[in-house]
Write a protein that binds this ligand. Structure first.
Ligand SMILES: [Zn+2]
Length: 81
């Protein structure tokens, strides 16, 4: 993967403990809709889960399902706007 990431986010992104679907935009919901980073930020915020040192952000897809994304990945995408 060729992207300029800080050492910290690179460490997060290469961690095996999270499945890829938590680490990359666009986020795909089980209903088939996909959410690029900017649209993710518009979805209804549900909360965050602590996963050790990391946090996972939860939001509602428009279908009603709760979908999850690593908070560090969301923050990075938001900063790159
Ligand atoms: Zn959905």
């Amino acid at each position: 993967m060729k992207s300029r990431t800080s050492a910290t986010s690179k460490r997060l992104l290469t961690r095996p403990k999270f499945p890829k679907r938590l680490l990359k935009f666009p986020k795909r919901c089980g209903c088939g809709l996909t959410w690029p980073a900017l649209e993710w930020l518009q979805l209804e915020f549900v909360g965050v889960m602590d996963e050790g040192d990391d946090r996972i952000e939860l939001r509602h897809c428009t279908c009603g399902s709760t979908i999850a994304m690593l908070a560090a990945v969301v923050a990075k995408a938001a900063n790159e706007r």
